[in-house]
Design a binder for this molecule. Sequence first.
Ligand code: FES
Length: 287
Amino acid sequence: MRVPENERAYRAAVVSFAVAVVGGITAAFAYATDQTDLLLGLGLAVALGGIGFGLVSWAKHLGLDEHAVQQREPLTMTADDVQALEEELTLTRQTVGRRKLLVGLFGGSFLSLLVGFVGPIGSLGPKPRGERGRTSWRQGARLVTSGGTPVESGTGSFDQLVTVFPEGAIGVDDSQVILLRLPPDLLTDRTVAAGSVDGWVAYSKICTHAGCSVGLLGVDNREPETVRQLVCPCHQSVFDPLDGAAPVGGPAPRSLPQLPLAVDADGFLVAQGDFPGVVGPLAWDEA
Ligand code: FES
């Protein structure tokens, strides 16, 4: 039996909205479980496509592109007229019920789409205030290289730079630190007071200008005095490693936060605690 076009459009709208609901829920699930590379996009696409297709089918079902002309009937009603009216009323009740289903499904699909978008839209904003004030550094956390090797305080020659992380948090972006050993007598008082050990100093590797990695240590040995500079390659901000990584050139507006250091019972470098301030550009936090 051939299904009337109007009925087919109705069914298509119901199925489309139901699929959109599934898409929205899938997107929300993908975001909550960090599967944002493929599943999130698929979910949102299915939700949007389902709603679009459902609306078109709904419009077809309503016959919005049709013009209907109804002839006026005589005002007297025969028994047949009364029966026809009752049938029409029954049909209208069914139609209203079907419409409720459509409206409900449309509302559900729209809601699920909103839910699917909540996470990604929320991620566009700044991190909640205070969250950037914390990194993975904790009191007693050993400084380890990217290969997991802890750093002994008695080793290492002057003027060498190595990137280190807290033990157990290798690769965590906001916790990357540049570790240097410098002649202790050249460090300024505030650098020593902020937590240096035998010439070891550790600074956040995230540039305070726009967040690039500060990975260059320039040492100029020419007379009359050796000049040491930490350089960010993105826009050439220059920091003084002897003086708390204070900015001495370029656009960076403030020092690289210094990680306070100590030595544990086995002679390895550890953190006294987290950075005293926010790492990276302050604009992120103030946006
Ligand atoms: S990000 Fe470092 S100078 Fe711009």
